[in-house]
Design a protein. Sequence first.
Length: 590
Amino acid sequence: MTTVVETVVATVRAIQAALLVVTGLQLTGYMWPPSATVTNGATYDFIIVGGGGAGSIIANRLTEESSLNILLIEAGGDPQLEAVLPGIFPTTVNSAVDFNFTSENDGYSSQNLKNGVAGLTAGKMLGGSTSLGHMNYVRGVPNDYAKWAKATGDDSWNYWNLLPYFIRTEKLEDPDILASDTAQFHGTNGFLRLTRQPSADNTPIFNAYNELGINPVLNSNDPAFAIGISEPMLMIADGIRQSAAEAYLRPIADRPNFHLLKNTQVTKVLFDDNKSAVGVEAVTSDGETITINARLEVILTAGVFNTPQLLMLSGIGPSEHLTSFDIPVISDLPVGQNLQDHIPATVVHTLAPGEPVTAPPNPHVFPVPLTIAYTALDMNQAYPDYQTINLVFPPDNIASVQICSIVFGYKDEICQGFFDGGSGKSTFFSISSMVQPESRGEVLLRSANPADPPVIKHGIYSNENDLHKMALYLQDFSRIVNTTAFRDMGAAMVELDLPQCNDLERNTYDYWKCYALNMSGTIWAYSSTCSMGSVLDSNLRVKGVQRLRVADASAMPNIISGNANPAVMVIAEKAADLIKATYGPSPRSK
């Protein structure tokens, strides 16, 4: 007998296959800048590698200088329908617009994920991961960025000095926040449109958290906010995902100095005898290998996994690792080290009984009511220990199975257990995640062949103290079931059949420690594989070489407590200013 989970997964795969066919119709092609004709040996002032959240912004800002010719190279193509409509984001996972990276199975963590590996989604299209992520927009707290300033020895990277870049990026359209005292911390003239999606279905969730001392907060991006629960800002406006491609590339399609090369994989950064980056080698969509010259700089914005891989293939990385693949070392740097991610575990509670929703979902909105809570064991500290991302699903809603099986990648029996345990009731799907882990992973070359994906050792719970702390966080969160708000609904935790943990007494420290280990995965906040302070200087320049910068999530010295996208966009906005400051008003005279 086919299970609900098997049916849902098969349906999503069929939809993905159908969408791949629809891609040939180019239904969204009119939305995006066309691909340029780039010949072998062509020269541009700047080459930007990666048209994602950072590359789109830098291309936009540098082409403001009409004297500059900018080439943006993207490995993928145009965002298609599933990347434009926010309500169907689960169909982008493990698809043609995803690089489909996975972690290595360490035989220890994440063993209730399919094949014991985390699906490390990364967008392979214009907008990159902003075109397939979950559209939440939470910046993190000032304490996160104070660590950046300390790691770089450069106070320009603290929160208050980055705030003007946050403001410059944003076009906030939420009337409640704009009428509040926190409106001063947001922009209304930027490219990135931001809204919220309040829902009455979140009221009992707010009430329950409030009983735990976690108060409702209107604006999760208030710099004074560290502990609280909110309905977050979303990168959605007028029913359309506000990806970096939508926000930053569409407006510059007609700029004559903007050149975009799609479906082209950069395989190597080229250097002269003085260790100056002078261009790139790339494979085009028709399989031709070409060389493209950069007159001023090469800027890497290919992401947490692709950027370190490209650097290492180009001779920049740990010398022992590179020489094992016979790659000549240009600069011996800890590229690929220091990989960080939030460490999550999913817990599901049943709420009140109800009737299933039979109306088709609206593809133009976030699919279910959403709240994000930040809390700490010491409620007086100015930064959170963990977050819970909370989704409320109607009774027997298959969207919960899509999130569980397709997005998070849990094994079928786990998702079936959640679905069966919530039968006939609304369910409270909570992803608790540690936001400042001490564990570290790494990205390594699999071979010297650029076509081979990198080896990604996620490093979840490589630091044993993280597992200890996560057990405490889950035990702390479990108090929610005893609140009046939850008791009034007859709420109960859905207990899973976890062979690794079944012999342990429920709700004890030892049980939650076992649960945390086996239900761990990713929350797609990975960062820091080419960190400022170790691989880069505070101006995002790669150490030991010239005319090469990195300006994406890999540049973060440490992970932030919020979503990666806002921080990546700020890095890109600041990078554009740093580059302009380097070359001044007449860059061609340099």
